[in-house]
Design a protein around this ligand. Structure first.
Ligand SMILES: *[C@@H]1O[C@H](CO)[C@@H](O)[C@H](O)[C@H]1NC(C)=O
Ligand SMILES: *[C@@H]1O[C@H](CO)[C@@H](O)[C@H](O)[C@H]1NC(C)=O
Ligand SMILES: *[C@@H]1O[C@H](CO)[C@@H](O)[C@H](O)[C@H]1NC(C)=O
Ligand SMILES: *[C@@H]1O[C@H](CO)[C@@H](O)[C@H](O)[C@H]1NC(C)=O
Ligand SMILES: *[C@@H]1O[C@H](CO)[C@@H](O)[C@H](O)[C@H]1NC(C)=O
Length: 711
């Protein structure tokens, strides 16, 4: 550390921890200091930097440093501030507002503060940084409006303010930013119309205004001199796009995103002149049939999204020579047969239309990963050709009129999501699934599948959703099912399963572990579909209908944080296994309409996340455990039609349930007494079951957890 003549110190991409030694300040000739990507939240510049007067470039990005931005800036000595040209502080955890170090950093060219937790407005002292070429402030919590004086920073080539909380409009002064190549204002709360001055940014390559509340009409004027534009994103605003039919897009344009801009009802003629590779015109109120020019104009497009319009008619019969890699046609009024597929297609979503006939037996799409055809009128058998889709990870054929057995596909190994619900499919659970060990989501509900649930189901260890309800499955539920440590949602209802509920339910570790909501969200994000983005996963719109609290709810998959076991309407016998009470994260338990006997487990009160509990229509006897009163989240309870007896426990939560008719949840149990039922407890009941007995059984969470740990 005595290398006083050192000019360039690059310690980036290591795992350095702790503070930097004071002696760093001895490197009086240092010009470049790069300590990026050390993932060290505790790194902070040491106090003694007085002599670092030669520093021109400082890079602390990707360290997740916790600290106040003002403290960091103020630790840089005057002489450094005057000299500094580049300051890269991206992706740390800096908090606070940018300090007012008026015109100190006058030589600064690059200032990157993106991906921190900065608050406050865009500070006025930036106006004096007249040499700035790059200003990156995206992904912070900045508020206030965009100051017009930013238009005076005429050296700017890149201005990125996206993903903040900015309000107001785009200043007309932005028209002066002649060198600007990147303008990203997406994901803020900006509104009003866009000034026509934007149209004079001749060097602009990338323009992103998406996901704001902009209004007004986009005309030729806005795009007049954008002769360098490659990518434009106007999605998710309240724009109306009204360009003359002879308008010509800049020849440089490669991708255009107009989702939810008002554009229809007719396909605007200028679309056919676009020579681009990516186009999103979803939710643009387009109506009617495809114009003649449509498929030839877009035969070189690799990404096309026309979802959520009212487009009708058939697809061209042969699409194999088209360039599409991702094609979204969801939620239109398309009819006719499914065409031959584009050779390079990786994602096809034709769900929610009126496609009919059968899935083509010559389905050739060697790169197809995501195939979504739900909610159409597709019938017949699933052809063997589906087995040739070796790269398939997501297949949704639900809500069609498919019949017969699922072909035995020996070629697919990567399926993560298989959704075949609501058809008339029959036969056993497809055996090829045992090779698809990355399966996370299996929904075969509302079909005519039969046979037993194979023991190999326990090998599908990543399974999170197993939905087999409304079929004709029979025999025991294999005990191997408890090997599914990721299982979050189990629905076997409305089948003919018999025998006992498997023991060792406590091995369902996802259900035993209390989850924080944030963790679900991260898991959904990590749960990537082979490199496709979260937005795409989201837009596939897979839904899950859930029976809970006596009502059917529809969950969007990405929101499906729901933890549930539904075994209702089977022929299960034996007792409710006592270790079911270790499923502390379970929110819904439905064992209704079986032939379960024995008592309700005493520790039921340990299932602290339980919101809905249905044990109705069984042969349960004995008393209702008083620990039930510990279920503070419970909002639905049904114990009706069993042989329960004794005094009904009472507690603040229990007493609020089912207020319109509190007796319904206990009806059909002749031995129950006390409020809310009308039978008075006899002196005996009151004595034995009421005070003495129930106080002996009082639930003690501490004992329970102690027992659990020992166990
Ligand atoms: C380096 O810096 C330390 C602390 O500032 C100082 O005590 C020491 O004398 C310096 N060494 C040299 C060689 O300049
Ligand atoms: C900009 O610099 C000038 C001259 O140094 C100074 O008078 C002025 O206050 C500065 N403006 C801001 C907003 O800091
Ligand atoms: C449950 O987990 C325990 C401990 O991991 C294991 O020994 C046991 O075999 C598992 N039981 C079943 C039925 O998988
Ligand atoms: C339990 O399942 C039965 C049969 O599927 C259903 O009718 C009932 O509403 C469900 N209970 C709850 C609480 O959702
Ligand atoms: C229940 O007991 C209360 C108080 O002892 C009495 O007033 C009521 O008539 C009894 N009801 C029935 C149905 O026996």
């Amino acid at each position: 550390w005595k290398a006083t003549s050192l000019k360039y110190l690059d310690l980036g991409n290591n795992r350095l921890f702790g503070q930097f030694p004071d002696t760093l300040g001895n490197m009086t000739n240092l010009q470049v200091l790069d300590i990026s990507e050390n993932w060290n939240p505790h790194m902070m510049m040491a106090g003694n930097l007085e002599n670092l007067c030669g520093l021109e470039i400082i890079d602390l990005s990707y360290n997740y440093i916790n600290g106040d931005i003002a403290v960091l800036m103020e630790s840089l000595p005057q002489c450094t501030r005057k000299k500094l040209q580049e300051m890269d502080l991206r992706y740390n955890n800096f908090t606070g507002t940018l300090p007012n170090l008026v015109s100190d950093f006058t030589r600064l060219r690059i200032l990157s503060l993106s991906g921190n937790n900065l608050v406050g407005s865009i500070p006025p002292w930036l106006v004096n940084l007249t040499r700035l070429t790059t200003l990156e402030l995206f992904s912070n919590h900045l508020t206030g409006s965009i100051p017009p004086w930013l238009g005076n920073l005429t050296c700017l080539t890149s201005l990125e303010l996206s993903d903040n909380l900015l309000t107001g409009s785009i200043p007309a002064e932005f028209g002066k930013l002649m060198y600007l190549t990147i303008l990203d204002l997406s994901s803020n709360h900006l509104n009003e119309s866009v000034p026509a001055e934007i149209g004079s940014l001749v060097n602009l390559i990338f323009l992103d205004l998406s996901n704001n509340s902009f209004t007004g009409v986009i005309t030729e004027e806005h795009l007049a001199n954008l002769t360098s534009l490659k990518q434009i994103d106007l999605s998710l605003n309240n724009f109306k796009i009204a360009l003359n039919s002879d308008w010509r897009a800049p020849s440089t344009l490669e991708s255009a995103w107009f989702a939810s801009c008002q554009m229809g009802p007719l396909f605007p003629p200028w679309l056919q002149q676009l020579k681009i590779t990516e186009l999103d015109i979803s939710t643009t109120s387009l109506k009617g049939e495809f114009p003649d020019w449509f498929w030839s104009a877009f035969s070189n497009v690799t990404y096309l999204d026309i979802s959520n319009n009212q487009i009708s008619g058939n697809l061209p019969a042969h699409m194999d020579s088209m360039a599409f890699e991702k094609l979204y046609l969801r939620s239109n009024r398309l009819t006719g047969p499914i065409p031959t597929l584009p050779t390079n297609i990786t994602l096809l979503d034709i769900s929610n239309n009126t496609f009919s006939e059968t899935i083509p037996s010559n389905l050739v799409a060697p790169r197809l990963e995501i195939l979504c055809m739900h909610s159409n009128q597709i019938g017949g058998y699933i052809p063997e050709s589906i087995c040739k889709l070796e790269q398939l990870i997501y297949l949704d054929l639900s809500n069609n009129i498919l019949e017969g057995e699922v072909p035995q596909c020996f070629d697919t190994h990567n399926i993560e999501n298989l959704i075949l619900s609501n058809n008339s499919l029959s036969g056993k659970i497809p055996a090829f699934l045992q090779n698809n060990t990355s399966l996370e989501f299996l929904d075969l509900s509302w079909n005519k599948f039969s046979g037993r649930l194979p023991t190999w189901i326990g090998n599908l260890v990543y399974l999170r959703f197993l939905v087999l309800s409304h079929n004709e499955f029979s025999d025991n539920i294999p005990v191997n099912i408890t090997k599914l440590g990721h299982l979050q949602y189990l629905d076997l209802s409305h089948n003919n399963f018999s025998g006992a509920i498997p023991r060792h339910l406590s091995n369902l570790t996802f259900m035993t572990t209390l989850q924080e909501e944030s963790r679900y969200m991260v898991e959904v994000e990590v749960d990537s579909m082979g490199g496709t983005t979260e937005f795409e996963a989201d837009s596939l719109g897979q839904i899950l209908s859930v029976n809970t609290k006596g009502q059917q709810l529809i969950y969007h998959r990405t929101l499906a944080y729901f933890v549930s076991i539904d075994l209702s309407c089977n022929s299960l016998t034996g007792k409710i296994p006592t270790d079911i009470t270790s499923l502390a994260a379970l929110m819904n338990l439905n064992l209704s309409s079986n032939q379960l006997s024995g008592q309700i487990p005493n520790m039921i009160g340990a299932m602290q996340s339980l919101e809905s509990l249905d044990l109705s229509q069984n042969k349960l006897y004995g008393e209702i455990p008083s620990s039930l009163t510990n279920l503070t989240s419970l909002s639905y309870l049904d114990l009706s039609y069993n042989s329960l007896s004794g005094r009904i426990p009472s507690g603040p939560q229990l007493d609020t349930l089912n207020m319109d008719n509190q007796t319904l949840m206990y009806i059909g149990n002749n031995g129950l007494c006390g409020p809310p039922v009308h039978k008075n407890c006899s002196g005996n009941d009151a004595y034995i079951h009421g005070d003495l007995e129930s106080s002996k059984e009082e639930f003690d969470p501490l004992t329970f957890y102690f027992g659990l740990v020992l166990g």
